[in-house]
Design a protein around this ligand. Sequence first.
Ligand code: ADP
Ligand code: MG
Length: 694
Amino acid sequence: MRRLTDIDIKYLKGVGPKRADTLGKELDIHTYYDLLHYFPSRYDDRSKVVKIKDVASDNSAIQVRGRFIVINTVGEGARRRVQGLFSDGTGTLDVVWFNRLKYVQDTYRVGVDYLLFGKMSIFNGRISLVHPEIDPGDTIVDNQGLQAQYSIPEKLKTRGFTQRSLRQLISTLLASMPAVEETLPPELLRHYGLMPLREALECVHFPKTREQADRARARFKFEELFLIQLNILSYSRNRKANIAGYTFPRIGTFFNRFYSDVLPFSLTEAQKKVMREIRADLGSGRQMNRLLQGDVGSGKTIVALMTSLIAVDNGYQACIMAPTEILACQHYESLSAMAGKIGVRVELLTGSTTKKKRDELHASLLDGTIHILVGTHAVIEDCVEFRRLGLVVIDEQHRFGVAQRAKLWNKSTSAPHVLVMTATPIPRTLAMTVYGDLDVSVIDALPPGRKPIMTMLQYENRRREVNSLILGQLKAGRQVYIVYPLIQENEKLELKDLLQGLDATRLAFPGYEVGMVHGKMRPAEKDEQMQMFVSGKTRILVATTVIEVGVNVPNASVMVIENAERFGLSQLHQLRGRVGRGADQSYCILMTKPNIAADTRKRLEIMVETTDGFVIADADMKLRGPGDIEGTMQSGIAFNLRIANLASDSDVLAVARQAATMILDSDPLLERHYSLREQLRIHFNKTAGWSRIS
Ligand code: ADP
Ligand code: MG
């Protein structure tokens, strides 16, 4: 039996090479499989024909049957259109076309029966249908049940490729297809009561009832998420089975001396729990692959250091990577200060390290005299070699997916342990997909003595009150961030906003030093500005989002976010996390223009109501959809789900993961599930290669 994924769409009756080309380019439909898995975005209820006199002005889709009384071309230039007066004997309505006027004039006739379907609007007090779907009278079926509607780009529509064309192609294919092999194992179909493939294909495209459509969609959602989970879980199981991890059995003098002599506070229970989990991994003989989630300020850095010290105690080196130069420097400074006290050598390697210093570092890494290397993730791209790299810590790396992590393996003969730390609380569903191969630890409590940050939503016209709050904090010796959004499309405008902000700030707070950082600065300049703020020389820092990640200035107590409506929730949460790091009350002020839309205000109010990063991350994903969540695009997984939605289908995802676990438990190498093995090969090997081991 030939696989649907192997048959080129051009062989389908009614397609041909030219149309095949268009389908490929515009809809990513290349094969029979792709066409059948181009799922409807919604269904129209075409089971009822209404009388025009009964139509209420409720702006929904209607279906009417009748005849055109007149059809005319009217208007000039851009306003040129075809207008038809349509009657069903009980009343009349207007039908309007703006595109393909000649086709319309040539096709539709006065006095002939038609069935019209479309979304109605009221224009000049009259019912109007713009570009309705039109079926000629002799073919009319009054009850067409539910009708699938697909997303079709404007470009295709103007070329005459309509909903009907697509439905026609799918129906031709379904009718001419002799048999399709079921892709899910029978035990899963049975266990979860899923609709079989053939039936589901019919029902998802041509459902008779809403229930049929729902059941068909449920099957495909399940299948889609199941395959992803099967892939990621078999990947991580394989890795566990095949890649030896270093065993770090010892808790030695470095760790113990650090714990008793250097650690400036006692660990929180949450930190202790995480350390226990990490120690269990490191002692297991398996490679650790652990995701450490902890809200901003929860104290992940110390966990990274103590984990590194265990590596050092066992004769290995550790590497700690940060996403930005500033962060790498800050880590380097705080870590070397602490580690230096117990004779552990920490060094820094970034893009701006000089050639001479770099050569020196390379040598000391090779001879093992450097214990811990801190750097930007340039260190894994670079030709850096270690003597015995045993641990890699990736900090704040929500941009680091499976594929990127796999690169680390090349750095040592056996795979180093990997600890990924993130402060962007990743929604559970996303974590299971992007980081599904990792074990997860959570630091779910902040160090004691922190006051929750007070968050306020303020309109532009309350600027004076806001400034007086800021002034009060400055007088009390505190520091202030003022952040402007990045305007990617227009760098000039961005800089202008920022410079104006700088001027306004200087005017409003005379006598207080104001610094500025933005993404376009040279690294040295940026560092200098950051350092001045860290040291307290500048009291106010005007910045773009370059300060977003990880910067630690405990004396800062106010975070003002200008044009807050332009930021995503997760980003706002990150920014807010820059304050509230000391014991005193801190403030986060979200400034917006007065007339923001209701849903925007609702979004921002979530920030006011909660400081729980997980709640915020979930809300963010529900509001924006998973594709827009920071990091997913760069995560190494192409996130083009065909039907499932990570925001709304978390239940299905949980079930799919359970099913994948069940299958792998009973058949780890999928030896008895040939079809599943084939599908993993077909669907995943051609993407980033992330299903492959090492
Ligand atoms: P993050 O998780 O955002 O990386 P950090 O590791 O930077 O947080 O920690 C934030 C601040 O909290 C630091 O100043 C750190 O020294 C402090 N800190 C960490 N753990 C504790 C603790 N158990 N008790 C008190 N302060 C702590
Ligand atoms: Mg941190």
